[in-house]
Design a protein around this ligand. Structure first.
Ligand code: NAG
Length: 329
């Protein structure tokens, strides 16, 4: 009897201490969730942001497998905006220049992530390009248009760097008449918006735009996707804004896209596929005087090509991008 009473007392004590622990946890703004953007990140009421992926970084190097050299350069001291440059082994002559934007829903990943480092090393070697991989600012600390502004800053920096001489890889080896911009997922969205801005405001002639499974949405998407976009741009732009829904652009705006060639890649299992295909239809239907190429991979999901670079489908995807860059007609 006595031991049963003791057990009951113990239970009461345990429960009340557990409840108070939970209460203090719930009122701790450092633990209270403000926005749950899993699998990417969690934002807490205190403002603390916990990134759940894309936080690993690797140093620039000379890649043992490809011989591609890389180095980091700070482009804007005031924001810390930096790029990682990639230069293939010398093969004579000047090389196309590719400005690349990584993906990660505008909120995670970096130009220094091992996945992107491997991808850009392989791409620089395969396509024979000088690549400029942009470490743009991320939401929610820096909501859009911060990343768009950074892309513009980098475009202007690339143009200026061509004349900098001395130890500039671009000045020595780059061919600005073959300037390309590309990106996957959120990075594809940034590449598109950069090309639109270049077409409207000058800045540079972009030879080709490669949109790899880009992040575009339409007005009718699920509430989670709408909330995510609101989080990414701090509520500045609605679902009908051309930044996220280029299909809202009038034909006259499409015709000013600052490039005469576009490559769109679609992975067939990607739920963003309908918007990516609609983009190509809108562009082709606008009277834009360029060429749009659609490349579809069956049986694969969003941005599959960043991983297992040796797999047949990923290798085909990269070969398609390399051919797009090196096409002479
Ligand atoms: C982006 O650029 C615009 C125009 O130059 C400027 O007004 C705005 O403050 C910038 N925003 C960020 C977050 O960099």
């Amino acid at each position: 009897m006595a031991s049963r009473a003791l057990l009951a007392l113990l239970m009461v004590v345990l429960c009340s201490s557990l409840a108070s622990a939970l209460r203090s946890r719930a009122s701790d703004p450092n633990m209270e969730v403000k926005f749950d953007f899993t699998p990417f990140l969690i934002q807490y009421k205190s403002g603390r942001v916990q990134r759940l992926m894309g936080t690993t970084v690797v140093a620039p190097s000379v890649d043992a497998r490809t011989g591609v050299a890389s180095k980091d350069v700070v482009v804007d001291q005031s924001t810390g905006l930096a790029v990682r440059l990639y230069r293939p082994r010398h093969r004579g002559g000047r090389l196309p220049v590719l400005i690349y934007f990584h993906g990660g829903a505008f909120v995670v990943e970096s130009a220094f992530d091992p996945v992107y480092h491997d991808y850009l090393n392989a791409l620089a070697a395969k396509a024979g390009v000088i690549a400029v991989s942009v470490n743009y600012r991320l939401a929610p600390e820096h909501p859009l248009p911060a990343a768009y502004n950074d892309s513009w800053t980098v475009l202007k920096w690339v143009v200026a760097d061509m004349h900098r001489g001395a130890d500039s890889w671009l000045a020595k080896r780059g061919d600005m008449s073959r300037l390309f911009v590309a990106g996957d997922s959120a990075g594809g969205n940034i590449a598109h918006n950069l090309a639109m801005r270049a077409g409207q405001h000058g800045g540079a002639r972009i030879h080709g735009v490669a949109l790899l499974d880009p992040y575009f949405l339409g007005t009718y998407v699920d509430p989670a996707a709408q909330k995510a976009w609101g989080f990414i741009c701090a509520g500045r732009y609605g679902m009908e804004h051309p930044y996220v829904n280029p299909m809202a652009l009038p034909a006259a705006a499409w015709r000013r896209l600052g490039s005469s060639r576009v490559l769109m890649t679609v992975s067939d299992l990607d739920r963003l596929g309908p918007w990516q295909r609609a983009y190509v239809d809108a562009l082709r239907g606008s009277g834009w005087p360029g060429q749009a190429q659609l490349y579809v991979t069956p049986g694969e999901g969003h941005c599959y090509f960043l991983n297992n670079l040796e797999s047949p489908k990923a290798a085909m995807h990269m070969a398609t991008l390399a051919a797009f860059i090196n096409r002479t007609t």
